[in-house]
Design a protein around this ligand. Structure first.
Ligand code: URA
Length: 212
């Protein structure tokens, strides 16, 4: 797996306010949205493109545009939804598929409860959105789900990651080719005994949408 920590002062600044427990839900949502846009810029460095001939008012030239099929963006419900708008701002022509995964808070195992994805993902470039890479179980299950359906070239984007989660992904996704890429805003210290990232930001879904 290729791991890219998007080490930029604007990202660190926004992450600081995102982590702060005094940050209210509307501000949290806006910061998450802005962070994803910045992370998307890094994550799409290898997005597939095709040469494209145009004419400027001055003369002909060849540029590029995104290849078909367009990339597939897959937010993991529910917290990944908080990253969708920021990603789509950078890739407005991408398709969107949904993967509903939840972890059992006792076993910490991920379970897929719904999906809405194209049937055939053959050779499809995918961007998976999940704000918190904690134990790694959810993201590993999501990547396997997509890879088994033919997805090729999978990038996961997280706001924060725990070293334990990265280690699990390194082990669990080692067979997938080309290697999965992880783009994250920060690698934090560790997980606590409840599976929360330390220092982290608490429960991302609760902070985005309120506790339900
Ligand atoms: N999920 C969250 O929302 N927060 C964590 O710290 C870990 C998993």
């Amino acid at each position: 797996m290729r791991v890219h920590v998007a080490d930029h002062p604007l990202i660190a600044h926004k992450l600081t306010y995102l982590r702060d427990k005094r940050t209210d839900t509307p501000t949290f949502r806006r910061l998450a949205d802005e962070l994803v846009t910045l992370l998307a810029y890094e994550a799409t460095r290898d997005v597939r493109t095709t040469p494209f001939d145009i004419e400027t008012p001055v003369g002909p030239t060849t540029g590029i545009h995104l290849s078909n099929p367009k990339p597939l963006v897959v937010p993991i419900l529910r917290a990944g939804l908080g990253m969708l708008d920021g990603m789509m701002r950078m890739l407005p022509t991408a398709e969107v598929g949904f993967l509903g995964m939840v972890r059992n808070e006792e076993t910490l195992q991920a379970h897929t409860y719904t999906n809405r994805l194209p049937d055939d993902l053959s050779n499809r470039q995918c961007y998976v959105l999940d704000p918190m890479l904690a134990t790694g179980g959810t993201l590993a299950a999501a990547v396997h789900f997509l890879a088994e359906r033919g997805a090729h070239d999978i990038t996961a984007i997280t706001l924060l990651s725990a070293p334990e989660g990265i280690e699990l992904l390194e082990r669990d996704l080692a067979e997938i080719t080309p290697p999965v890429t992880l783009v994250t805003g920060s690698i934090d210290e560790r997980l606590n005994e409840h599976g929360y990232i330390v220092p982290g930001l608490g429960d991302a879904g609760d902070r985005l949408y309120g506790v339900i």
